[in-house]
Each structure stands twice: as C-alpha cells, then as structure tokens.
Write a protein that binds this ligand. Structure first.
Ligand SMILES: Cc1cc2nc3c(=O)[nH]c(=O)nc-3n(C[C@H](O)[C@H](O)[C@H](O)COP(=O)(O)OP(=O)(O)OC[C@H]3O[C@@H](n4cnc5c(N)ncnc54)[C@H](O)[C@@H]3O)c2cc1C
Length: 423
C-alpha cells in the first residue's frame, strides 16, 4: 500500500495503489521497484503470528519479463553457502570508515553461530543505521564462536569479548561489559533477540540498568514515522502495541529482512576502559540434558521430519533417538495419525528455524516449504529426484526411506561404538 505522509496524516493514493495491483500496467514495475526499494516490506509477520507475504514485491523479473518466485528456497536467507554468497557479484562493499555513532547488536549466537533471528536483528539494525550518516552496526559476541560469515550478515564492527566465564550463564558479567560499552560509546540503539536463549534476559537487565522502558516482543518498525514508532506483541501475544521506538529493543524473529546484498568490514573493536573484575553473584551449575523429543519445534536445532513417504515409523522414531533429533512431520503424516498435531511443520503448523532440517519422505509442498524457509541446512531423503524438497535441499539422498534410515542408524551406532573404544 502506498502512503503519503503529511503532518502525520496518512494519505492514500488510489491511482498508485491501483497500478501496484495491476501488474500489466506500463508503470507497474517502476512503482513496485520504488516501493520495494524503500521501506515497504514484502514479508512480515501478521498479528496472529502468521507470516504474510506481498507476492508482487518478492522474486525477480525473468528474461521474458514475468516475475518469478523461486520456491526452491535458494533465495532464502541461510540457504546459500558462504562461497556462493561471496561469489555473488551483486554484493556491494559497505564501509563505514569513521563512525560517528553506533547501533549495538548483542546476538544469541546459539551453537556459536548467528541464528536466523540474530541475522534478522542485524538487518533491522541496518535499517535504523541508514537513517543517519556514518552509523556503524557493532556486534557484541561473548565467548568462543564458530561464525565465519559476519561480513555477509552485516557486521561493520565486531567486539569479541573472550573468556571462559562466558561459556556458561553469566548475566552479571555480561551486563558489566554492556554497561562499559554504554559509557564509552553511548550507542543510538541496543538490539537484542527477544528469545529464551539469553538475549531476552540480558536485554531486560540492560534496560533496567539504563532506566529505559524497553520495547519487547517487537516485530515491526515504522521508519517513515517521526519519531520512529514500533509495533510490539503484548498481553501474552494477544494484542499489538504501537509505541515510540526506545533505545533498548528486544525483537522477535522476522522483525526485518536479513542483509543479503552487501559485504561488511567486520573491523575488530576494543574498549578503552574495560569493566573491573568482579565476583559473580550468580553461580552456574552447568547445563541440564534435555530430551530432544520434549523440545518445542520452534526452538529445535536439529529436526528429523517424516512425511507420507515413511513406511517404517518405528524405524523413524529410533533414528530420531539415535541422532538426538527433535521429531517433526508433514501435515499428511499428522492427518494420518502417525504424529501428534504439535509436531506439524509448515504454514499451518510450526515455522521452524533449525540449523539442520532432515525431511524424510516429504514432497516439499509450498505450505511445508514456507515453514522451513529459515532453516540453515536442509537434507532430504526421497525416492523422487525431481520433487520440490530435493530442489530446496542442500543435500539429497535418493532412495527408499526405510533402507536409508536403517543405514543411518547402523552408521551412527558404529561411530558411537568406535568413540567408546577410543575413550
Ligand atoms: C491450507 C493448507 C495448509 C497446509 N498446511 C500444511 C502445513 O502446515 N504443513 C504441511 O506439511 N502441509 C500442509 N498442507 C498440505 C500440503 O499441501 C501437502 O499436502 C503435504 O505437505 C504433503 O505431505 P507429504 O509431503 O508428507 O506427502 P506427499 O505429498 O504424499 O509426499 C510424499 C513424498 O514421499 C516420497 N516417497 C514415497 N515413498 C517413499 C519412500 N519409500 N522413500 C522415500 N520417499 C518416498 C514421494 O516421492 C513424495 O515426495 C497444507 C495444505 C493446505 C491446503
């Protein structure tokens, strides 16, 4: 929808809207490009938690002038390999030589890598940075990490704070560092993932420390408004609250598009005045092992998902157990009673963000692919080499699911036994 702003009054332009709806209009591409290159979103999360898409704004124009939408997922964030990303000629270099101000992002870095939510938040940070010249996005990383694609994710400056203490739960120590950063840089904004993986807790602690009324559950920022406003989930996600954007932001997944067209400097940054060592008030007693079967699909890192192509469900459950994977399913598998409803992945099930998604006997219907578009790596087992799931997958095994899953179980058991012998 097109809006003209005049003294904060929203004005609609029916002709412009009509051209946008009418793809055959000679001015359609021109106006659609203007809108999509500005702050118009082509994808956003609706208030009910369902992802909405404006299909006129997504995809690309093919050689015959027709807009194409790539359902294979290769256009999705996280699906292209680092080498592929680096080779993309369209990625422009983004350099901020002498930053005048900073936007700070404190990532969850689950498993030592940027999560899909972290990348969305870096995307949001850049939208805010674009509002002021010479604004750099700085990422704060606590402890060891394995991430190799900070440049592609939009990191202009990297503040890597090392130390064994950060391997565990250490909110007071982390907060001491964030307060030291605040004293030295006084960033325009602080952005955290509003997750249960650390960001939600740390962001709220910093907000209390800075005496800021943080925006929590944020899923949309209205950059065109002055002052900038944001929309946040409230009342146990039953209502939306529109408010002025504060300095401390705790954002939900898909709050913005991740960076996809630029390469950033990832210049290391060191604080001049580090916080003094202090005795921690919280003692970390270590992680508690959880049963992967009880992990909610939305939080699972490794999912083994079964569909209509599963012939041996006992074998499927055994494979999930031996791999330590959380179980998921297609709608057909759920409708047929093989899996409970809360295990359904897809548009009308759960949207998953796993690092590895293994789809067994699932054809890759659009409703299913929508639910896995934020997964980093997709592996599939299918008898049909031409199905959409094979097109979406980073690794495809063509063959019978029963035989391949049995082979996986044998191999993993052998490896585990070898490991026990060595130990
Ligand atoms: C409004 C709406 C909402 C929907 N929401 C969802 C949703 O949220 N999630 C969802 O999943 N679906 C959803 N669907 C259903 C979706 O359209 C598909 O029907 C469904 O995803 C298909 O499930 P499937 O891939 O398991 O089954 P099929 O499409 O039947 O595919 C089975 C696959 O298994 C393969 N296969 C067969 N035998 C073997 C074998 N022995 N070994 C290995 N591979 C084998 C086949 O080649 C095929 O690719 C929705 C549909 C509608 C209309």
């Amino acid at each position: 929808m097109s809006e003209n702003m005049n003294n904060s009054t929203l004005r609609r332009d029916p002709r412009r809207e009509w051209i946008l709806r009418n793809r055959l209009h000679p001015q359609h591409s021109e106006i659609a490009t203007e809108d999509s290159s500005s702050d118009v979103l082509h994808e956003w999360m609706g208030p009910q938690g369902i992802k909405r898409k404006a299909p006129h704004n997504i995809g690309f124009i093919g050689p015959n002038g027709i807009r194409r939408i790539d359902r294979s997922g290769t256009q999705q964030a996280g699906s292209a390999s680092r080498k592929e990303i680096a080779q993309q000629p369209s990625r422009r270099s983004h350099q901020i030589q002498h930053p005048q101000q900073y936007i700070l992002v404190v990532a969850d870095m689950t498993g030592g890598r940027l999560s899909a939510q972290d990348k969305d938040i870096l995307g949001l940070a850049h939208q805010l940075a674009a509002k002021k010249a010479e604004t750099a996005v700085m990422l704060v990383v606590f402890g060891e990490h394995k991430e190799a694609a900070f440049a592609e994710a939009g990191v202009d400056r990297l503040l890597h704070i090392e130390g064994e203490a950060f391997d565990g739960f250490s909110p007071d120590l982390r907060l001491a560092w964030l307060t030291a950063i605040e004293r030295e840089l006084h960033p325009d904004y602080w952005l955290f993932p509003d997750s249960g993986l650390g960001g939600g807790d740390l962001g709220r602690r910093l907000a209390v420390e800075l005496d800021v009324h943080a925006a929590t559950g944020l899923w949309q920022v209205n950059l065109k408004e002055q002052p900038i406003s944001c929309v946040c989930r409230a009342a146990a996600s039953t209502q939306d609250l529109t408010r002025e954007l504060p300095r401390v932001i705790l954002a939900l997944s898909e709050c913005a598009e991740p960076i996809s067209d630029s390469l950033h400097a990832v210049q290391e940054f060191n604080l001049v005045r580090q916080p003094l060592d202090q005795l921690p008030r919280i003692q970390d007693l270590g992680a508690v092992a959880v049963d992967p079967a009880s992990v909610s699909l939305a939080e699972a890192e490794f999912i083994l998902s079964g569909g209509n192509g599963i012939r041996d469900w006992d074998g499927f459950h055994q494979t999930a157990e031996i791999l330590g994977a959380t179980e998921g399913a297609s709608r057909v598998a759920v409708d047929d009673g093989y899996m409970p409803r809360d295990r359904q992945v897809g548009a009308t099930g759960t949207w998953v963000t796993a690092r590895v998604y293994m789809a067994v006997g699932i054809s890759g219907a659009i409703q299913h692919l929508q639910g896995i578009q934020s997964c980093d790596k997709v592996i599939c087992i299918n008898t049909d080499a031409g199905c959409d799931m094979v097109k979406r997958a980073d690794l495809a095994l063509i063959g019978d699911s029963t035989e391949i899953l049995a082979a996986v179980r044998r191999k993993v058991s052998e490896l585990k036994q070898e490991k026990r012998h060595v130990a």
